[in-house]
Design a protein around this ligand. Structure first.
Ligand code: FMN
Length: 396
């Protein structure tokens, strides 16, 4: 079956097309995960065990997908998760993400390891641009990076805390994936057999991590560098230094979530990094209810890992998330068809969310809650009461 961007009706369509169009080295970098990739698979399969409760005769003719988060209003309860080196999938991928984010009025989080500069993304996406910070070579270097984002006008900082050490990703090891590229015979053959990708990449220049100059010892990029020195003191210092909204990404334990809140973060971002860091990690969707219970009803929770459709977005919101970020699907769509591919996939997500709301008899995102789950934990609980982790309870 031959697909083009306008024939993307689902993440799976985008994935299939991207797999055909991208060199294997690149596709595997996007799709790959830690170890045997069981954690990444489980992230998705666990969504399939969650069921939603349709409701009828609720007059859902007027529905809205608009969502407020941390003082900002968005068109959808969805944003683009931070991902390093997006321009590997197609030239100008970061700029395309910004354009599509503007079209849908959704946030886009630029990675520390992005293939575009902090300043460029700030110009392209304006107030929709968030910046994701890694603890780098030192606390000072990390704080300098945050200062740079602040100076470029960013108001939202996302500190990623779940990469003390980049995990062993077997596909990348087998393919000899390094950053920047080393042109092995294997890579040469891979690129030669994907001339469309290779020619466009050649024309635009090989992507590189653009926020590291490489000329200054304190500001060089090393993908495998240890970030294991990060500690709670760093979060405390960052909180004191960052004047805007601070979100902590990669939290999977209730206790850690409470500590993140105690140290003054504005929101907790529940994520297992799409299974890219630890193969035996629990499926992220199972963690939502646990973390909601730990932090209480008022702390905003963002969520990612395993979301592949608008219906998955609705499930995460019903289980306690306030906002959902998507990772790999965005890169599949860009690899499949550039900006039109991503536009098309987000249209699928937006339509899906709206149609699912109608099925559930719900008019707005804020009205989603445990009542939309099947079986409902408690028939008429309001959203802010943490749902019992149904699928966990069912297994015990
Ligand atoms: C190619 C790729 C690069 C990524 N780079 C980063 C990164 O630089 N910083 C970060 O916090 N998360 C990074 N992530 C993780 C995503 O932000 C997100 O947590 C994950 O992709 C969600 O899972 P999903 O892909 O199943 O949606 C990356 C993910 C992918 C697929």
């Amino acid at each position: 079956m031959v697909l083009s961007a306008d024939q993307i009706y689902s993440t799976e369509d985008a994935r299939r097309l991207a797999q055909r169009r991208l060199p294997r080295l690149i596709f595997d970098f996007i799709e790959g995960a830690a170890g045997r990739e069981i954690g990444a698979t489980r992230n998705q399969s666990q969504f399939d065990t969650i069921m939603l409760q349709p409701r009828v005769m609720e007059d859902v003719a007027e529905r809205s997908t608009a969502t407020g988060l941390l003082g900002q209003q968005f068109g959808l309860p969805v944003g683009i998760a931070p991902m390093g080196m997006c321009n590997l999938v197609c030239p100008d991928a970061d700029r395309h993400i910004a354009e599509v984010a503007k079209a849908f009025d959704i946030p886009v989080c630029l990675s520390s390891a992005a293939s575009s500069t902090i300043e460029n993304m700030g110009d392209w996406a304006g107030p929709l641009a968030w910046f994701q910070l890694y603890f780098g070579q030192s606390a000072e270097a990390s704080l300098m990076m945050a200062d740079r984002a602040r100076d470029a006008g960013y108001e939202t900082l996302v500190l990623t805390v779940d990469v003390p050490q980049v995990s062993r990703r077997i596909r990348d090891l087998r393919n000899g994936f390094t950053m920047p590229f080393s042109m092995t015979p294997h890579a040469f053959w891979d690129f030669a057999t994907h001339p469309r990708w290779s020619l466009s990449t050649l024309r635009n220049g090989a992507p590189s991590p653009k926020n590291f100059t490489g000329t200054d010892g304190a500001n060089t990029f090393d993908r495998g560098a240890s970030r294991a020195g990060a500690n709670w003191d760093f979060l405390r210092t960052l909180r004191d230094n960052w004047p805007g909204t601070l979100i902590v990404k990669g939290v999977t334990s209730g206790e850690d979530a409470r500590q993140v809140c105690r140290l003054g973060a504005d929101a907790v971002y529940v994520s297992n990094h799409g299974g890219r860091q630890l193969d035996s990690v629990p499926p992220a969707i199972d963690l939502l209810a646990i973390i909601r219970e730990a932090v209480g009803p008022d702390v905003p929770l963002l969520f990612d890992s395993g979301v592949r459709s608008g219906e998955d977005v609705v499930k995460a919101l019903a289980l306690g998330a306030d906002f959902v970020m998507i990772g790999r699907p965005a890169l599949y769509a860009l690899g499949a068809g550039g900006a039109p591919g991503l536009m098309q996939l987000l249209t699928c997500f937006a339509e899906d969310i709206s149609v699912v709301l109608a099925q559930l008899g719900v008019r707005s995102i804020a009205d989603l809650g445990p009542r939309s789950l099947f079986p409902s934990p408690v028939a008429d609980q309001t959203r802010r009461q943490a749902p019992t982790p149904l699928h966990i309870a069912a297994k015990t």
